[in-house]
Design a protein around this ligand. Structure first.
Ligand code: DAH
Length: 342
């Protein structure tokens, strides 16, 4: 038998055997038969010397093929059965892995906590549509027709057949309008929701975020009620010993308007990273609902008054967690979100 014939035969044998390797022992026996120094393949290698020169390339090629076939068959069987035998070594008394359950997103957790506190103070939750019209988002809130906030640069307008006043709400104050239009005072509502602004996305701002709006309308509601409500809320939510600062401000829909600051809950006013070394944290914009807004929503400003406030939820989450890039809250990376699983 020539070496070529031997190799062809050996290839058949290896082919057949490799389909029958059914254990680590089979694989080892196969290796000892074919792949060691005294094995079948090496025996062929030794005969190569006596092959005429012109046949060497052909024989050598075949030999390499047969060797590769045997190597592969052995490795596959070895991997399969070696790992199977290590499975058998697993300590079955160890506790199993629990099922992975999801967790509430940190933004939703925060909204839930905020809502709970206001609910305990008698506020109901109200919601409105994300796609709004100019009347609810701006006009009834006393924004002048040429107010810059209406500008294309801030507002996402929606293509709607035959209409140019459809937009994505830029704040949850639009829900105030809907609540006042549909309810009779006394009104006590908290209004969480998503809002949209045509802003460049950065570590500090997103084009889509969450706000919470508050509204209280009744006879004789005053700025003192606003102060008392916000302070009671912030002492429960952030810090029982917080101090407050009411700064005058301007919003078209409130008069007077203010921004409310609280002593930093982390450094207690000393100055730290969270409060940017000022000792103060801004908690919300607020004010007494403007008489024009009450009137536009069908409430008599001579009989009723009220306060409103609003703030961004993501900023609250960043303050509480120390996360310094708002985009992390929207990437849904479980390595981030998993840290806030309750
Ligand atoms: N709508 C304001 C904003 O988006 C927040 C706000 C400020 C809401 C004062 C209010 C308020 O109700 O009284 O920036």
């Amino acid at each position: 038998m020539t070496l070529i014939e031997q190799l062809q035969q050996l290839r058949q044998i290896i082919d057949q055997e490799s389909s029958q390797l059914a254990s680590a022992e089979d694989a080892e026996a196969f290796r000892l038969r074919h792949l060691v120094k005294k094995g079948t393949i090496q025996a062929c290698v030794e005969q190569l010397r006596s092959v005429p020169k012109e046949q060497k390339p052909e024989v050598g090629k075949l030999l390499n093929e047969v060797r590769a076939l045997a190597d592969k068959a052995y490795e596959q069987a070895h991997d399969r059965y070696a790992s199977a035998s290590s499975v058998e070594r697993i300590d079955v008394t160890l506790q199993g892995r629990g099922p992975q359950i999801g967790a509430v997103h940190p933004i939703t957790q925060t909204v839930d906590r905020l809502v709970d506190i206001f609910a305990s103070m008698g506020f109901d939750v109200a919601e409105g549509p994300d796609v709004e019209d100019d009347a609810h988002n701006f006009e009834h809130l006393n924004f002048a027709p040429d107010h810059p906030a209406r500008d294309m640069q801030d507002t996402f307008f929606v293509d709607a057949p035959g209409r140019s006043d459809v937009l994505l709400r830029t704040h949850t104050s639009s829900v105030q309008v809907r609540v006042m239009q549909s309810m009779k005072p006394p009104i006590r509502c908290i209004m969480p929701g998503r809002v949209y602004r045509n802003e460049a996305v950065s570590a500090r701002s997103l084009a889509e975020f969450h706000q919470i709006e508050g509204l209280y309308i009744d006879r004789g509601v005053s700025m003192a009620d606003l102060k008392g409500t916000i302070m009671a809320f912030a002492r429960r939510f952030y810090d029982a010993n917080a101090e407050f600062r009411f700064r005058t401000s301007y919003f078209p829909f409130t008069e007077p308007s203010c921004e409310i600051d609280m002593s930093c809950f982390l450094c207690k006013g000393e100055g730290c990273r969270i409060c940017k070394h000022s000792g103060w944290l801004e908690i919300c914009g607020a004010g007494m609902v403007h008489p024009n807004v009450l009137r536009a929503c069908g409430i008599d400003p001579d009989e009723y008054s009220g306060f409103a406030f609003g703030f961004g939820v993501e900023r609250v989450v960043l303050m509480l967690t120390g996360i310094d890039d708002i985009r992390l809250l929207y990437e849904n990376d479980v390595r981030v979100n998993g840290q806030f699983a309750p």
